[in-house]
Design a protein. Sequence first.
Lengths: 231, 114
Amino acid sequence: MKFRLYRYNPETGAKPFMQDVELDIEPAGKMLLDALLAIKAQDETLSLRRSCREGVCGSDAVNVNGQNRLACITPLSELKQPVEVRPLPGLPVIRDLVVDMEPFYRQYRSIKPWLVNDAPEPEVERLQSPEDRALLDGAYECILCACCTTACPSFWWNPDTFVGPAGLLQAYRFIADSRDEATAARLDNLEDPYRLYRCRGIMNCVDVCPKGLNPTAAIGRIRSLLVKRRV
Amino acid sequence: MKSTTGSHTGTGTWLAQRATAAALALALPILIVYFLAALPADFAGWRALFSPPWLRVLMLLAAAALALHAWVGMRDILMDYVRPTGLRLAFYLAVITILAGSVVYLAAVLWSTT
């Protein structure tokens, strides 16, 4: 199979370039990550992140033929050759396919991704009704792979001020949680011209999410809450 | 890090854009049908077409809604692409002048006596 890989080595000072690689691999039943690891076995200078290799940890997100995907759950057989593999767009490249996730994590941290509940701890767990628990479906499954946020043009233009789809989906996960008491403060935190309202409904996030989640819908629900609070 | 968030201003502008979009969706078909039903050929015909006051009011309100809608859209574009504050402010002023000027000009045309 033919591959074109984005290569960048900060130590040589050379500009990034695309490297053509020919790999003898049977695509049936194999994932892109298998191919990348086979290439790395040939040329150990290739750098990439991976861990669980089954779409759970979210560390091997790359841009494949123009679309952000997890290499470990992308079947080789469905890829057009040459398979062009680049690092995630919109984030600084550290080396080859490894990007600096800090701008992404900074926005994630800014929405306070933990339960805020100052009530005295009950004897047992803080229980939820099945209906309240159902509100979290489609939000808690996010693995923070950054496929959606780095596919979002609004995040490309405003990585410092726009929270991005992943962060906003998580913001909604805590706003919707019946055990969280900081709903008003969370809405305050998002209500300004940039943090939520840079979303123009482009829906690249929905298109690329490897877990099939819908950040645009979550952003819409937050917006409904903001509007309800206002009118 | 100091937080510069929570200015409570995004929802209002977003609502204004949505509300004007809804208003335009109602007003534009009425105006288009009204005009296409009887396209006048000369100046006197145009004057006669615009003689009902409700039409002039509807026309002006639609233009005002369009200007507000366009203002929010232009503001969003400028916020994304023009970073220096002074330059952005200059663009804001230019956009406001053009949009508000157009609405005022339309009002002057609609209610002109000659």
